[in-house]
Design a protein around this ligand. Structure first.
Ligand SMILES: Cc1ncc(COP(=O)(O)O)c(C=O)c1O
Length: 310
């Protein structure tokens, strides 16, 4: 009987630096630079079981973001985008997954433990495993109760916040765990200025008087790919989307609707903030329409420019 956590049951192999290794052998040295200093960049991607077969959602955009994330840290990814694509599709195929979550990570490995990663090798790995709704199936229907965290997001003048660095997630962990300790499902994190930034692993949207607002990139948010998907779908549905908004904490409480977007969270309604009911305290009509449009795309898989078919 395996002692792996449930989510990794049935996962046989992981791709590491050019080869597939058994799950148990996918190890790294304890003096890995990234373990000590958070010097890794990563992606979270979903492969969906669409009507066209398994297809990776917005793979090219995720790959682009991975390379962009690597840039400020001088992490030189020694594999091309084509090689990472081939490794990922082979992994999904050989594992036999119809749908799964994909986690590519690039990080500084072991050489010296100076803060400078100068001679540390760049390591690249890709894992995949079946993963359901991040905040639970019920959350997608009923919405989640969230609290505004007492932790603030890093300012984008302190560390790049628009890209996906491993070290940044200690902030996400603190905020998320604070929320769960207090009985909420998730947190909302304000930026240094006290305006709304995002969730620990999600972007946030607000609906007011039939228009849609989401914090802009200068508000210390990750440039979310599901955020971009939601904006595109909403505009196609005829909504005005203010994608460079500044949203105050008070506006959260008086919003008609709020929802999270993210690869893991997909489109999740928020039904209360700090125990203040949002709208009717259920999934609002705009959220509902957008969530349906999102899942229609995911289920059909026929929007070719958004899918990489396995
Ligand atoms: C901090 C943070 N914000 C937003 C998102 C949503 O981004 P995406 O839609 O690209 O998954 C994520 C998830 O990756 C995240 O970790």
């Amino acid at each position: 009987m395996s002692d792996r956590p449930e989510m990794f049951e049935g996962t046989e192999r992981i791709w590491m630096d050019g080869e597939f290794v058994d799950f148990e052998d996918a190890q790294t040295h304890v003096l890995t630079h990234a373990l000590h200093y958070g010097t890794g960049v990563f992606e979270g991607v979903r492969c969906y079981d669409t009507e066209q077969g398994p297809a990776i959602f917005r793979w090219e955009e995720h790959l682009d973001r991975l390379y962009k994330s690597a840039k400020p840290y001088d992490l030189d990814i020694e594999f091309s985008k084509d090689e990472l694509t081939e490794a990922t599709t082979e992994l999904i195929e050989t594992e036999g997954f119809e749908s799964c979550y994909i986690r590519p990570i690039v990080y500084y490995g072991f050489d010296s433990l100076g803060v400078s990663p100068k001679d540390c090798p760049t390591k690249t790995t890709i894992a995949a495993w079946p993963w359901g709704a991040y905040l639970g199936e019920e959350a997608l229907e009923e919405g989640v109760d969230v609290m505004v965290s007492s932790w603030r997001k890093h300012a984008s003048s302190q560390i790049p916040t628009n890209i996906k660095t491993t070290g940044l997630y200690v902030n996400s962990m603190l905020a998320g765990e604070e929320a769960r300790r207090n009985g909420y499902t998730e947190a909302i994190v304000l930026n240094k200025e006290g305006n709304v930034a995002e969730g620990p692993g999600e972007n946030i949207f607000m609906v007011r008087d039939g228009e849609i607002y989401t914090p802009g990139l200068a508000e210390s948010i990750l440039e979310g790919i599901t955020r971009n998907t939601a904006i595109t779908l909403a505009e196609e549905m005829g909504y005005t989307v203010h994608e460079e908004a500044t949203i105050s904490r008070g506006e959260l409480y008086t919003a008609d609707e709020l929802f999270f977007t993210g690869t893991a969270a997909e489109v999740t309604p928020i039904r209360s903030v700090d125990d203040n009911e949002i709208g009717e305290g259920t999934k609002g009509p705009v959220t509902d329409e957008l969530q349906s449009a999102f899942f229609d795309v995911i289920e059909s898989g026929d929007r070719e420019e958004w899918f990489h078919y396995v």
